[in-house]
Design a protein around this ligand. Structure first.
Ligand code: PLP
Length: 386
């Protein structure tokens, strides 16, 4: 059976060119980038090249890129690093109710340590209203962290407006751009952000790689101490093959962004149009226009999301029931409940996230099997006590 992968918001396959670059780094350039000899210098040069490639993808300067072990570490570093650096000025942080757990749980931890956190609500489309943000800002607010695009519902936030608001007031603004980088243009200057997180495995790079953009002049207290790598922001011998892979993935994403974006947008629009037209009682979640290209998310009335996922998987089609991190638990997704969906609806969600190698044929195959699966599920649902 031909398997079709449609879960690119969870992770993406590693680009074959990236794999090649990583293999040759492992074999030929094993030096420690901190060593003075030529082996070390060679590894150091590779890291500097990757730094330039990552910076190029988001409109930053090389010196503003700090390599991390992924999106989660970048989020933790941005939030904890700012909180610790600025706690003398204030202890209030603003975020939203629909952030990734890497942001939400970090904020919850800071609450236990004496910080106060405001979790902004979102509207039915999953948007944070900049006016609501303006009203939440206090004299002791030190940090605002709002994600660029949501992993479960694809909604893109008005970051530039909110970033300017924060800058006017001297508040640090962080955005988790893990979902948007590589899918839509991301430019740190036009977004007016001080800190931005990205992750390699969401744009055809290796897992366990990522970066935090730290705007020049922004202060952070490090999370890791030791050898002083990454200009003392992140100690530990660099993951050279990983960083090389991340760099090349960033370079490829920059080169191919317009065509990838357009291709993804076309595919997801086809999925959305066809599902809404061909499956009764199907509803789009997230914003109909201001959403990530390639991202299609739904709730289906009277269907168990987990069951749909399993039956689609049996047909060789991999999709997701929400976010990969919550699909193992039976708690309804915090994102869907923040939209105002009830528990039942939040359990009938499905996310189809397409990638550069998906085709219209894949969508055709999805639409061949999905209506039948849903119909059979609904029959079972109607027979079981609810
Ligand atoms: C995947 C993801 C993360 C976590 O990134 P990792 O590299 O897997 O740690 C954080 N935020 C968002 C929005 C994500 O989609």
């Amino acid at each position: 059976m031909r398997r079709i992968y449609m879960d690119h918001s969870a992770t993406t396959p590693v680009d074959p060119q990236v794999i090649q670059a990583m293999i040759s780094t492992l074999t030929d350039s094993f030096g420690n980038p901190s060593s003075i000899h030529s082996f070390g210098q060679e590894a150091h040069k590779l890291i500097q090249k990757a730094r330039k490639q990552v910076a190029g993808l988001i409109g930053a300067d090389s010196e503003e890129i700090v390599f991390t072990s992924g999106g989660t570490e970048a989020d933790n570093m941005a939030i904890i690093g700012t909180a610790k650096d600025r706690m003398g000025r204030g202890r209030h942080i603003i975020t939203s109710q629909i952030e990734h757990h890497a942001v939400l749980d970090t904020c919850r931890q800071l609450e236990k340590e004496g910080f106060e956190v405001t979790y902004l609500p979102v509207n039915w489309f999953g948007e944070v209203d900049p006016e609501t943000l303006a009203r939440a800002i206090r004299p002791d607010t030190i940090l605002i962290s709002i994600m660029h695009a949501n992993n479960e519902i694809g909604t893109i936030q008005p970051i530039a407006t909110m970033g300017r608001m924060a800058r006017d007031k001297g508040i640090i603004f962080h955005t988790d751009a893990v979902q948007s980088v590589g899918r839509i243009p991301v430019d740190v200057k036009s977004l007016s952000v001080d800190l931005l997180s990205l992750s390699g495995h969401k744009f055809y790079g290796p897992k366990g790689t990522g970066a935090l953009y730290v705007r020049s002049g922004t202060r952070l207290t490090p999370l890791l101490f030791g050898g002083g790598q990454e200009r003392k922001w992140r100690s530990g011998t660099e993951n050279v093959p990983g960083v090389v892979g991340l760099g090349l993935a960033a370079e490829l994403a920059r080169q191919h962004l317009p065509e990838r974006s357009q291709h993804l947008g076309k595919l997801s629009q086809t999925v959305i149009d066809r599902i809404l037209a061909e499956i009764p009682q199907a509803y789009l979640t997230g914003h109909p226009q201001k959403r990530l290209p390639g991202h299609a998310s739904f709730v289906f009335q009277a269907v168990e999301g987990a069951a749909m996922l399993v039956f689609l998987d049996a047909e060789g089609i991999a999709v997701s029931g929400g976010s990969a991190c919550t699909s193992n638990s039976f708690d309804p997704s915090h994102v869907l409940t923040a939209l105002g969906l009830n528990k039942d609806a939040a359990h009938s969600s499905l996310r189809i996230s397409l990638g550069k190698d998906n085709t219209l044929e894949d969508v055709e195959r999805l639409m061949e099997v999905m209506p039948g699966i849903i119909e059979r599920q609904r029959l079972l649902w109607s027979l079981s006590p609810h």
